[in-house]
Design a protein around this ligand. Structure first.
Ligand SMILES: *[C@@H]1O[C@H](CO)[C@@H](O)[C@H](O)[C@H]1NC(C)=O
Ligand SMILES: *[C@@H]1O[C@H](CO)[C@@H](O)[C@H](O)[C@H]1NC(C)=O
Ligand SMILES: *[C@@H]1O[C@H](CO)[C@@H](O)[C@H](O)[C@H]1NC(C)=O
Ligand SMILES: *[C@@H]1O[C@H](CO)[C@@H](O)[C@H](O)[C@H]1NC(C)=O
Ligand SMILES: *[C@@H]1O[C@H](CO)[C@@H](O)[C@H](O)[C@H]1NC(C)=O
Ligand SMILES: *[C@@H]1O[C@H](CO)[C@@H](O)[C@H](O)[C@H]1NC(C)=O
Ligand SMILES: *[C@@H]1O[C@H](CO)[C@@H](O)[C@H](O)[C@H]1NC(C)=O
Ligand SMILES: *[C@@H]1O[C@H](CO)[C@@H](O)[C@H](O)[C@H]1NC(C)=O
Ligand SMILES: *[C@@H]1O[C@H](CO)[C@@H](O)[C@H](O)[C@H]1NC(C)=O
Length: 461
C-alpha cells in the first residue's frame, strides 16, 4: 500500500514537471527549431529594379498550412511596384492610375501575395508553386513543404546599395498565428545547375523567419481528448466547454446564414436533426475568408475530438486505438496530423492505418524522445472529412512494453496530444479510468491472457 502511494506521488511529480516544462518553453518543446523561413534571392537587375526568386521553407516538424492557404504580406520601403509575378499573384492590384503605357501587377504599398491554384497554364508556373497555398509540414512531406515564386520589382534601385529591403513581413494562414522577423541580408545563395556541373549565385539574398504562437492564432483550444480502456466501461469525455460552450443545442434549420455570416451566432446544430444540410454556403463566396465553422452541438464544442482507447494488453505488447472525429460540418481537414507524447514511444512498434514517424531527437536542442507524429495514408485517410458518417479516421497502434509499463494511474494515456500543431484539451488526471479494485485483479489477468491468445492467432493468420 505504501509503495503504491509513493509511486502515485512520484508519478504526480513527473506529470507536474512535464507540465512545467511545457508551460515554460511553450508547446514547441517538441519542435524547438520550428519556423517558416522566407528567402529573397535577387537574380537579375532590371531597368528600374530587380527580379527575385522568393522561397518559403516550412521547417516545422508537424505544423502545416492548410487550405485556403498562406498569404504573404509586407510593406515597401519606398515607392516600389510589382511589375510581374510568376507562380503566385497579389490579392489586390491597388491604385495604378499614375502608370500610363505599361501597367504594373500591383501598386499597393502593402502587397499581399497568394499562391495560384493547381492546374494553371504551364507558362505561369514556377518550381514549387501553385498548390493553392497549402504547405506540408516537414515531417509529412519535405518536398511539398516548400513554396516559391518569381517577382519583378520596379521603381526602385538596381544596385545592391540602393535597394531597400521590404519591411514588416506578415504571414497569414489565412488567420493570424505567425510573427515574422525583420528582413536581414545573408550570404548570397549559390544555385547548382541541373547537371551539377556549374553554379551561379544570387546578386543579393535576404531572409525572414516567421514563428508560430498558438495563443496568437486561437484564444481557445480547437481539439479535445476523451479516454477509455478495456478494463473499465467508463468513457472519460472531453472536458466540458473545452473549446467553447454550447449556445443552443436545439437549433432548428435552415441555419440562418447570410453571406457566410452566422447572424444569430448559433455556431452549432443538432446532430440528429433530420434536415442537416449536406453543404454550407459559408465557405463558397470567398475562398480566402476563414470559413465560418458550423459544428454539431457537443458539451465541449470542439471541432475535433481525439479518442484514445487502451484496447488490449498482451504479454510483451499493448495496443491502443486512436479515433479522430471531425464535428465541423463546414470543413474538411486535408493533410491532417496528430502529435502524441507518451513515455512508451521510445519502444513504439507499429501503426496499422496511419503513417508514422518518431519525433525523437530531431535537431541538436531536441529535449524529448517520447513523442511521435501520425498522419493519413495518401488517398486512404489523409483527408478528415466534414462531420457526418465519414467524418472520422482511426488506427490501432502497438507499443512494445518498456520496464515502466503499468495499467495503474492512467500510465497508458498520453501526456499531450496536438492536432495540426495545436494542443488539445485533456481530461484531468484524476478522471482517468481506474483498474477494478483488487478482487477483480484476476479479471484483468484473464483479459490479458485472452488478449495474448487473440494476438497470437492474429499473427498466425
Ligand atoms: C554589393 O556588391 C558589392 C560588389 O559586388 C559587394 O562587395 C558588397 O558586399 C555587396 N553588398 C551587399 C549588401 O550585398
Ligand atoms: C505591419 O503590418 C500590420 C498588418 O498588415 C499592420 O497592422 C501594421 O500597422 C504594420 N506596421 C507598419 C510599421 O507598417
Ligand atoms: C535563411 O534561410 C535559410 C533557408 O531555409 C535557413 O536555412 C537559414 O537558417 C536562414 N538564415 C537566417 C540567418 O535566418
Ligand atoms: C432542448 O430541448 C429539450 C426538450 O425539448 C429541453 O429539455 C432542453 O432544455 C432544450 N435545450 C436548450 C439548450 O434549449
Ligand atoms: C445557399 O445558396 C443557395 C443558392 O445560392 C440558396 O438558395 C440557399 O438558400 C443558400 N442556403 C443557405 C443556408 O444560405
Ligand atoms: C469535403 O470533401 C468532399 C469530397 O472531396 C466534398 O464533396 C465536400 O464538399 C467537401 N466539404 C467541404 C465543406 O469543403
Ligand atoms: C530518452 O530521454 C531520456 C530522458 O532525457 C533519457 O534518459 C533516455 O536515455 C533517452 N532514450 C533514448 C533511447 O534516447
Ligand atoms: C526500448 O527501446 C530501446 C531502444 O530501442 C531498447 O534499448 C530497449 O531495450 C527497449 N526496451 C524494451 C523493454 O524493449
Ligand atoms: C472506472 O473508472 C472510474 C474513474 O474514471 C472509476 O470511478 C470507476 O470506479 C471505475 N470502474 C470500475 C468498475 O472499477
Amino acid at each position: 500500500m505504501r509503495i503504491s502511494r509513493v509511486y502515485c506521488l512520484a508519478l504526480a511529480l513527473v506529470f507536474l514537471v512535464a507540465d512545467l516544462q511545457h508551460a515554460d518553453a511553450g508547446f514547441d518543446i517538441l519542435d524547438p527549431n520550428g519556423k517558416i523561413s522566407i528567402k529573397w534571392d535577387v537574380v537579375e537587375w532590371t531597368a528600374d529594379g530587380y527580379r527575385a526568386i522568393v522561397t518559403m521553407y516550412n521547417q516545422q516538424l508537424y505544423r502545416h498550412i492548410q487550405a485556403p492557404g498562406w498569404i504573404m504580406g509586407w510593406t515597401w520601403s519606398k515607392k516600389e511596384v510589382i511589375w510581374n509575378i510568376i507562380g503566385s499573384e497579389t490579392r489586390e492590384q491597388g491604385d495604378c492610375s499614375k502608370w500610363k503605357s505599361a501597367l504594373p501587377h500591383c501598386c499597393k504599398k502593402t502587397p499581399e501575395v497568394i499562391d495560384l491554384l493547381p492546374g494553371v497554364p504551364y507558362n505561369q508556373q514556377t518550381a514549387n508553386c501553385c498548390r493553392g497555398g497549402v504547405l506540408s509540414s516537414f515531417m509529412q512531406d519535405p518536398a511539398t513543404s516548400v513554396a516559391s515564386y518569381q517577382i519583378v520589382v520596379g521603381n526602385t534601385g538596381n544596385t545592391n546599395t540602393t535597394i531597400q529591403l521590404p519591411k514588416n513581413f506578415t504571414l497569414m494562414t489565412p488567420g493570424p498565428g505567425y510573427t515574422c522577423s525583420k528582413a536581414a541580408v545573408v550570404p548570397k545563395t549559390r544555385f547548382l545547375s541541373a547537371d551539377g556541373r556549374r553554379t551561379t549565385e544570387a546578386f543579393m539574398t535576404w531572409n525572414i523567419t516567421c514563428s508560430y504562437t498558438q495563443q496568437l492564432a486561437n484564444k481557445a483550444p480547437t481539439c479535445c481528448v476523451s479516454f477509455s480502456a478495456f478494463y473499465n466501461e467508463t468513457i472519460v469525455p472531453c472536458p466540458s466547454c473545452a473549446c467553447d460552450c454550447p449556445k443552443n443545442s436545439n437549433a432548428t434549420l435552415p441555419i440562418p446564414l447570410a453571406n457566410g455570416v452566422d447572424t444569430n451566432n448559433q455556431r452549432c446544430i443538432n446532430r440528429h436533426d433530420p434536415h442537416l444540410p449536406t453543404t454550407l454556403n459559408a465557405t463558397k463566396n470567398n475562398p480566402l475568408s476563414t470559413p465560418q465553422d458550423m459544428l454539431f452541438c457537443t458539451n465541449d464544442m470542439c471541432p475535433i475530438k481525439i479518442h484514445w482507447h487502451i484496447k488490449l494488453n498482451y504479454q510483451e505488447y499493448w495496443r491502443v486505438k486512436i479515433t479522430i472525429t471531425n464535428r465541423d460540418i463546414s470543413r474538411n481537414y486535408t493533410l491532417w496530423n496528430l502529435v502524441a507524447q507518451h513515455p512508451n514511444f521510445q519502444n513504439f512498434t507499429e501503426s496499422f492505418s496511419f503513417s508514422y514517424r518518431p519525433l525523437n531527437g530531431y535537431g541538436p536542442t531536441a529535449t524529448v524522445n517520447n513523442s511521435a507524429i501520425f498522419w493519413g495514408v495518401k488517398f486512404y485517410n489523409d483527408m478528415l472529412m466534414q462531420a457526418g458518417p465519414n467524418g472520422n479516421v482511426q488506427s490501432e497502434i502497438l507499443f512494445r512494453k518498456d520496464s515502466s509499463f503499468t495499467l495503474n494511474n492512467g500510465w497508458g494515456f498520453p501526456s499531450h496530444l496536438l492536432f495540426n500543431g495545436d494542443e488539445c484539451a485533456m481530461p484531468t488526471a484524476d478522471q482517468y479510468p481506474t483498474l477494478p479494485s483488487s478482487s477483480s485483479g484476476l479479471r484483468v489477468a484473464m483479459t490479458t491472457l485472452v488478449s495474448m491468445l487473440v494476438f497470437s492467432v492474429a499473427f498466425l493468420l
